[in-house]
Design a protein around this ligand. Structure first.
Ligand code: NAD
Length: 438
């Protein structure tokens, strides 16, 4: 059975895209995502046809994104939008700008979005987009042009009832405002629900910017509570200090957790007695990096993963916890703020070592939950208070955690397998109930 409707790939000159799993990139995220699905399919006892349906992206679009640089030169970037599954509702997923983005990475992230939306029971499928570009090397006006061209190229397959974008690595509120504007101008009227994670003044939601991090902290609290431990009693290290990691570190510190180390792509820092997170946030706002922060010692980026802390929060990129680095983890809990930070082998090593992993599709679902709230508000043109949003987010995260942890205990499986089983089963049920057309 083949559910793919691929659009023909257009040859895109002058772009070097690393092969999946090559030396140029981390362990192939698609292989990890497929192995996770296979594990859930095995537990659920599904046949090969259903497995293929669940494994195969429903729709993919490869686009060439020409950019006129500020100095007049023209260069081409590869762009992708993958709708992995749309059986439970419109595709939902972020837009990533990074130099290593390729179609397999986007496929993997789209698949994760499908299970994530299902595990927290949102009426969405899973999607993801990406442009192969390093945004640090481009001016704001160049990034605006890339965003607008990419949006207009993928216009036929996006929309509030088709596929809804959100920020991811290398993109943010401003990117979403440009996407929303480009889509709206082409339709002739304002359509805020085509994206989430946009600025408040153009229909964004209160609480969206910090929702993923809040969700990470809610799920950390829930995981610790199962061992009778509170956030105030533990130490933590956070890899990545962007939209997810920085606020997660802040909320943890506010809850009394000793945040002893953080990192970004430029380096890592450590303060054994705990970092002054508000001061660190000011330092990052000023300098653009955690490195050079007074009151902390520089450490090697990889050293952070093996620090003697209670909680490790990878909140940067995929594939960082592999067989080798997972073997060095000393934390008792790993809470996945990032998507796909643990490879399949890394996951096995962590499980064998008795380390509790709160999986990405549960731990970082706070972002898509509040994106859903933003979409609902935009569709209704009625705005909720911050308190309403925070309470509903906490409630949904708690419900999802309870369901996943209950299944894990009942079946003697990991939290990851339990979350996948719940998500995959909901999607499979939608497939089976809807039937196969024609
Ligand atoms: P971001 O671009 O805002 O931040 C990424 C951070 O990671 C930056 O601080 C960057 O310097 C750092 N980084 C990159 N490579 C690194 C490395 N090798 N070692 C250490 N740090 C490194 O992106 P983000 O939105 O915070 O996303 C981070 C992760 O969380 C991604 O996996 C993303 O898919 C996932 N996620 C994001 C959201 C969201 O709402 N933004 C929601 C769910 C999941």
């Amino acid at each position: 059975m083949n559910a793919t409707e691929p659009t023909p790939a257009r040859p895109i000159p002058a772009i070097a895209v690393p092969a999946p799993g090559s030396a140029a990139g981390p362990a192939a995220p698609l292989a990890t995502a497929q192995a996770q699905l296979a594990s859930a399919v095995r537990i659920l006892g599904y046949d090969e046809g259903l497995h293929q349906m669940l494994a195969t992206p429903r729709r993919e679009m490869n686009v060439a994104v020409p950019l006129r640089r500020d100095d007049g030169r023209v260069e081409l970037h590869a762009g992708y939008r993958v709708q992995h599954n749309i059986s439970r509702g419109p595709g939902k997923g972020g837009l990533r700008y990074a130099p290593g983005v390729d179609i397999d990475e986007v496929r993997a992230l789209a698949m994760l979005m499908t299970w994530k939306c299902a595990v927290v029971d949102l009426p969405y499928g899973g999607a993801k987009g990406g442009v192969t570009i390093d945004p640090r090397n481009y001016s704001p006006s160049e990034l605006e042009r890339v965003t607008r061209r990419y949006t207009s190229e993928i216009m036929p397959i996006i929309g509030p009832e088709r596929d809804i974008m959100a920020p991811d690595v290398g993109t943010g509120e401003q990117t979403m405002a440009w996407v929303m504007d480009t889509f709206s101008v082409n339709r002739g009227y304002t359509i805020p629900a085509v994206v989430t994670g946009k600025p408040l003044t153009v229909g964004g939601s209160l609480g969206r910017a910090t929702a993923t991090s809040r969700g990470v902290v809610h799920s950390t609290r829930a995981a610790l509570a199962e061992a009778g431990v509170s956030l105030a009693e533990v130490s933590a290290a956070v890899q990545g200090f962007g939209k997810v990691g920085s606020h997660a570190a802040r909320f943890l510190a506010e809850a009394g957790t000793r945040v002893v180390a953080v990192s970004d792509q430029y380096g890592a820092i450590r303060a054994a007695d705990g970092l002054d997170v508000p001061a660190l946030l000011e330092h990052v706002a000023r300098t653009g990096t955690v490195t050079g922060f007074a009151g902390a010692d520089p450490i090697d980026n990889e050293t952070l993963l093996g620090l003697d802390v209670d909680v490790l929060i990878p909140a940067a990129v995929e594939g960082v916890l592999d067989e080798r680095t997972a073997g060095a983890v000393k934390a008792r809990w790993v809470v996945e703020g990032a998507n796909g930070p643990t490879t399949d082998e890394g996951d096995r090593v962590l499980a064998e070592r008795g380390i509790v992993v709160v999986p990405d599709i549960l731990a970082n679902a706070g972002g898509v939950i509040v994106s859903y709230f933003e979409w609902v508000q935009a569709n209704q043109a009625y705005w909720w208070t911050e308190t309403e949003i925070e309470e509903r987010l906490e409630h949904r995260m708690a419900e999802a955690y309870r369901a996943v942890s209950g299944l894990a205990r009942a079946e003697g499986i990991t939290l990851r397998d339990a979350a996948l089983v719940i998500g995959v089963r909901r999607v499979a049920e939608a497939h089976l109930l809807r039937g196969l057309y024609p």
